[in-house]
Design a protein. Structure first.
Length: 321
């Protein structure tokens, strides 16, 4: 099975990204053909500072490699190093109804947040469809916010296959219900663009401060509390096994447990969980030349596969004459 997913270098990666997408991807590489990439073309829809884009792209590569993505077992690259995806995007644009794009939640959210709508933002889902279809992916691990984009990819693939004959695999989303929406420190969905993240490779003091800022209600310490309505509980649960999670939930319901204590537990668990990866990341960061070589090798592998699909598509639509 081909498993594929991408992540935007539009800021620093956080534990929502990790648990919904990065961790499952790293686990999938053991049994499946893994395609994983850093989507810098997509980031251009919102990032206008070239130095930030360069820095965050390299940082996302380091993060993935440090967390266990093995470039020998999988295909790992930077989207912009395989420009074939732009050609496929153009071809797919012609199978994409404007009404479909107008219904995109992410586009409507961006408008609501005051972004000036430009064509890149509007056609973002077509580029994402091209990303997926170019590699004939079967399954796409994502968080719940990407579900609609996956449905659009499926619609575009089905429409193309109907118009030109079977060409693309129609992909399935892979969403783990336990990590589908990780809350941020303000209780909204954690997102790089909301400034509410707990970063995977945060500095210690910074992480402590952010954990202490997590929004809770004002139920007094001695009163019983509902774990299912608590952001701190949702976050610490990501680092607990089932038994520990149930024990903690019982302590919430019994009363006498303060949010401060759970926040301290969250900080300690998270800090400990990522400790070995921090070490690995520091080693990688000391040799960026090697990281760039790894990414170039990944791009070569991706390009070989992209070229095959594109050749087929070009002949299906009549671009070969
Ligand atoms: P962000 O919203 O932080 O910019 P991306 O859009 O780059 O994140 O998302 C990368 C991957 O991480 C996607 O699969 C997305 O669904 C997932 N993801 C991002 N934030 C969360 C979250 N808070 N909970 C679950 N999954 C998330
Ligand atoms: N739109 C995705 C996000 O914001 C990133 C992305 C781009 C992606 N291309 C993809 C995800 C292909 C999965 C497959 O998270």
């Amino acid at each position: 099975m081909r498993v594929l997913s991408g992540i935007q270098p539009s800021g620093t990666l956080h534990i929502g990204n990790y648990f919904a997408m990065m961790k499952p991807m790293i686990q999938f590489q053991r049994e499946h053909t893994l395609f994983c990439f850093v989507v810098n073309y997509h980031a251009l829809t919102t990032v206008t500072n070239a130095d930030s884009l360069r820095g965050d792209t390299l940082a996302a590569c380091l993060d993935f490699l440090a967390l266990g993505l093995d470039p020998d077992k999988s295909i790992f690259w930077v989207q912009g190093d395989v420009p074939e995806v732009c050609e496929l995007t153009w071809i797919l644009n012609n199978q994409t109804p404007v009404g479909l794009l107008e219904r995109a939640h992410s586009y409507k959210d961006k408008l609501a947040k005051g972004f000036q709508p430009h064509n890149g933002l509007f056609s973002y889902p077509v580029l994402m469809a091209a990303d997926i279809l170019l590699y004939q992916a079967d399954a796409v691990p994502v968080g719940k916010d990407q579900k609609q984009h996956l449905e659009m990819t499926r619609d575009i693939a089905i429409k193309f296959n109907f118009a030109y004959g079977d060409t693309f695999v129609v992909p399935e989303p892979w969403i783990d219900e336990h990590t589908a929406v990780v809350p941020g420190i303000d209780g909204q969905k954690m997102s790089k663009s909301y400034g509410n993240t707990l970063e995977i490779f945060s500095e210690e003091g910074e992480l402590k401060k952010k954990v202490m800022r997590i929004v809770t209600d004002s139920t007094p310490l001695e009163e019983p509390k509902d774990p299912d309505k608590c952001n701190v509980f949702a976050l610490v649960s990501l680092f607990l096994g089932d038994e520990e999670k149930n024990e903690l939930a019982d302590r919430y319901r019994a009363g006498g447990l303060g949010y401060g204590e759970v926040k301290k537990m969250l900080f300690e668990r998270m800090w400990e969980y990522f400790a070995p990866y921090r070490q690995k990341r520091a080693e990688l960061a000391a040799d960026l030349g090697q990281v760039r070589r790894i990414m170039a090798m990944g791009a070569d592998k991706a390009r070989a596969i992209a070229g095959q699909t594109l050749e087929l598509v070009r002949s299906r639509v009549g671009l070969n004459y």
